[in-house]
Design a protein around this ligand. Structure first.
Ligand SMILES: Cc1cc2nc3c(=O)[nH]c(=O)nc-3n(C[C@H](O)[C@H](O)[C@H](O)COP(=O)(O)O)c2cc1C
Length: 371
């Protein structure tokens, strides 16, 4: 058991999760302003094993393990999170205009029996202008992704409107983002049924709008398949829609848990008292299935997959990579395991590579899919 799990987590978990998160952001912002703390963190945690280095989509990663979107929605903590041993960090989701997100509280719950979280934030954001101003003066030791979403105004928007908005918001971040992730899958924004860009024609329109910028960094699409995670018709429709747009370099598959009663230990009554998207280990198996299905169909010279959903251990990260992910992200495990998580995952990955005789982590990518 780590010191975090034994001494710190019990204290943090006594307080409302959104409040603790807010305090974590304030503390990180303060720590991040100190050059001494920044370099101490880097010395303590930075991935330093050359076998973990990968170059993908024109970017160099010191480890394939990144921090997923949602932890640092407003770029307050990036000076700290980028020195915790992650190979890349994703800030956001950021929307063009400031938004308080969903009004009803609480809107974040811990489902401790499942090491999960339940989220009904509805993409609160300080807005693109403020987040850009916060990030622009800083230099980060690892690639910085900016995850964008349409502004949650409390009423549903149209795909055309959201496309124009996302196109403008990308423009704001061209100078700071090493990559852009378009969050086409936020489950908590009022939208009616399904995602705004599930239809290939709407996705094509969004990408045409983005293509007005001539100097785009790599763009990854964070997508929730509307049906089964491995539905080949949906995969092919997305691949067809993105084919004309070379700036799309890959996909982050966001597979929801649509059967919480059947898959979680948390009692039904406790689940009924919460709402929103479920994160954590219950996403692991369906996401693995999705990764395999997408990996079988993508053109690997054009696109990569980023695996996120329920990773708790190096074994989990390795399995996602063997299933086709070139990079992976974690979020919920950071809440349950604390800031030593990424360094532990990095060390574990090296051990697994040594066990399997790999000399670089890239050799693991899609290994399960090879004959
Ligand atoms: C509290 C919370 C807020 C999140 N906010 C965002 C977000 O703003 N944008 C986004 O793309 N994903 C968001 N996510 C989803 C995570 O990036 C990730 O896809 C998901 O949590 C599954 O990974 P995990 O099981 O490792 O947490 C959020 C997740 C959590 C727990």
């Amino acid at each position: 058991m780590t010191f975090y799990n034994w001494a710190i987590r019990p204290l943090l978990f006594r307080v409302d999760p959104e409040r603790i998160h807010h305090l974590t952001m304030l503390t990180s912002a303060r720590f991040g302003r100190s050059a001494g703390i920044r370099s101490a963190l880097a010395n303590l945690y930075a991935p330093d094993d050359p076998r973990l280095r990968v170059s993908l989509a024109g970017l160099d990663f010191s480890s394939p393990i990144g921090l997923g979107a949602g932890f640092d929605k407003n770029g307050e903590a990036a000076a700290v999170t980028s020195r915790l041993g992650f190979g890349f960090v994703e800030v956001g989701s950021v929307s063009e205009m400031p938004s308080p997100g969903n009004e009803a509280r609480p809107r974040l719950w811990r489902l401790t029996e499942d090491e999960a979280l339940r989220v009904h934030y509805g993409c609160p954001s300080d807005g693109a202008y403020v987040v850009f101003a916060r990030l622009r003066a800083q230099k980060f030791p690892v690639p910085l992704g900016i995850n964008l979403v349409e502004t949650n105004t409390g009423t549903p928007t149209s795909a055309e409107h959201a496309a124009e908005e996302l196109g403008r918001t990308i423009g704001r971040f061209l100078d700071v983002a090493d990559y852009i992730a378009l969050n086409l899958s936020c489950p908590n924004i009022p939208r009616g049924a399904g995602g705004l860009f599930d239809e290939a024609s709407q996705l094509g329109n969004l990408l045409r709008v983005c293509a007005r910028h001539s100097n785009l960094p790599p763009v990854f699409l964070k997508i929730t398949p509307p049906g089964a995670p491995d539905d080949p018709r949906f995969i092919d429709s997305v691949l067809e829609a993105v084919a004309p747009f070379a700036f799309v370099k890959g996909f982050i598959l966001n597979i929801p848990n649509r059967q919480p009663y059947e898959t979680l230990r948390t009692p039904r009554a406790a689940l009924d008292a919460t709402r929103g998207g479920i994160t954590g280990p219950s996403l692991f198996e369906p996401t693995k299935m999705a990764l395999r299905a997408w990996y079988a169909r993508i053109d690997r010279s054009q696109h990569i997959l980023i695996g996120v959903g329920g990773i708790r251990s190096a074994e989990d990260a390795y399995e996602f990579m063997m299933s086709g992910a070139s990079l992976v992200q974690v979020y919920t495990a950071l809440i349950y395991q604390g800031p030593g998580l990424s360094a532990r995952l990095n060390r574990g990955l090296v051990r697994l590579m040594e066990r399997d005789g790999l000399t670089n982590i890239a050799q693991a990518i899609g290994a399960h899919a090879r004959p």
